[in-house]
Design a protein around this ligand. Sequence first.
Ligand SMILES: Cc1cc2nc3c(=O)[nH]c(=O)nc-3n(C[C@H](O)[C@H](O)[C@H](O)COP(=O)(O)O)c2cc1C
Length: 161
Amino acid sequence: MKALAKKFSTKIESVKVDIIYATITGNNELLANAVANEFKKRGQTPEIHEFDDTDIFDLEDSDIIVLVCYTYDNGSIPDESLDFFDDMQEIDWTDKICAILGSGDKFYGQDYCKAVDTFAEQIKKTGANLATSPVKIQLAPDESDAPAIKKCVSELLAASN
Ligand SMILES: Cc1cc2nc3c(=O)[nH]c(=O)nc-3n(C[C@H](O)[C@H](O)[C@H](O)COP(=O)(O)O)c2cc1C
């Protein structure tokens, strides 16, 4: 009983979490929502945005930034993330904790989820703490992907403490 009381009296530190995603057919929206739900389970209130509607300079007060994107023709990043990607060149994210996830299709062989790797490299250039390994998901996320998503969110929150 005492242990239970202790467990529930533990203060959950609140951090500002922004999740930015791009999707055409919905898989990466599902993935972004799965990540958001995992944060919610841990007492956080993440905000979800699409790349199209997001100005990188509005993320200044963010603690944790999670990017979620699909991969397109020959391993390219989504068109709608191009401006954001370019702006990452001139942003200082040394105070941010970041993650990158994406759904692609193994059918594309060596280009499988290549946009995830491209964004991972760009995140590193901002000085951010890429606190968790890039997460690649085959098409729509399902139960088998839950452990990887949980691990990603755990590592992000651990890095923010
Ligand atoms: C024309 C086209 C090109 C694609 N190229 C790639 C690719 O190079 N690598 C990859 O992993 N997936 C590729 N895909 C698959 C998508 O990334 C995958 O279906 C993804 O889940 C779509 O995400 P969304 O549902 O959020 O739009 C391609 C899909 C299409 C239609």
